[in-house]
Ligand binder design. Structure first.
Ligand SMILES: Nc1ncnc2c1ncn2[C@@H]1O[C@H](COP(=O)(O)OP(=O)(O)OP(=O)(O)O)[C@@H](O)[C@H]1O
Ligand SMILES: [Mg+2]
Length: 202
């Protein structure tokens, strides 16, 4: 049964997709059968970063009942036979209201895939809609990507609090990205950052 990882952050642009792909590549490098599911539906860019086109996406699975297996793209031609991705598809107005029902439907359709893979990683996109929260709260490793900047820390904290209060999750994981910014922060920002981090960790 696959180990499941959800990559979220609250704030946009902090490196979720980059770290999702790096995590996937690393896992596949060690011969773990790995699947990246681009759950940033409509705004995802996993396939764009990897440079792969697609015919079927999560959107077709959610709206037309197509199977998720049809949407799988293998990366053997990129030197990673153990890595597959499912693209999220392009934005369509009818998908703006993704909800709990869509998340439950997607997870239920993933039953066979969870058996087939060792690791499944969800790139959950920015924000905190119910679709995202349902998947984030259901994975084995809910990971929050944070930058060493107060807005990122606060948004990650809000997402953690919301997930805890709504779904009862007790344990979260953090990935610090852009840590080099720490060295560029002014003293005042550095003090604020420390204060926020303490709040977050307590
Ligand atoms: N560790 C890093 N070092 C340098 N650049 C990075 C790093 N991580 C991410 N980036 C760059 O930062 C930008 C945002 O990264 P990315 O798209 O992964 O963020 P995201 O959190 O997925 O964004 P979104 O919320 O829009 O989905 C990209 O240009 C990416 O190349
Ligand atoms: Mg992204």
């Amino acid at each position: 049964m696959a180990v499941t990882v959800g990559i979220a952050s609250g704030k946009g642009g902090v490196g979720k997709t980059t770290l999702t792909i790096l995590l996937g590549l690393t896992s596949a490098f060690y011969k773990k059968r790995t699947l990246i599911v681009d759950t940033d539906v409509g705004m995802g860019n996993v396939n764009i970063i990897i440079g792969k086109g697609f015919k079927t996406s999560i959107i077709n699975c959610l709206t037309e009942g197509r199977s998720l297996e049809e949407a799988i793209i293998n990366l053997e031609d990129r030197g990673f036979p153990f890595l597959d991705i499912i693209p999220s598809g392009n934005m369509e107005e009818r998908l703006l209201n993704l909800n709990k029902k869509a998340a439950t439907f997607l997870l239920s359709r993933m039953g066979n895939l969870f058996k087939k893979y060792d690791v499944v990683i969800f790139d959950l996109g920015a924000g905190a809609n119910t679709f995202l929260l349902n998947i984030f709260s259901a994975v084995d490793y809910p990971v929050l990507v944070v930058n060493p900047e107060p807005p990122s820390i606060v948004d990650a904290y809000s997402l953690m609090k919301l997930t805890h209060l709504s779904y009862g999750n007790q344990k979260f994981y953090y990935l610090l990205n852009f840590y080099q910014i720490l060295f560029q922060l002014s003293f005042l920002n550095f003090v604020i950052f420390h204060h926020q981090l303490n709040l977050l960790l307590n």
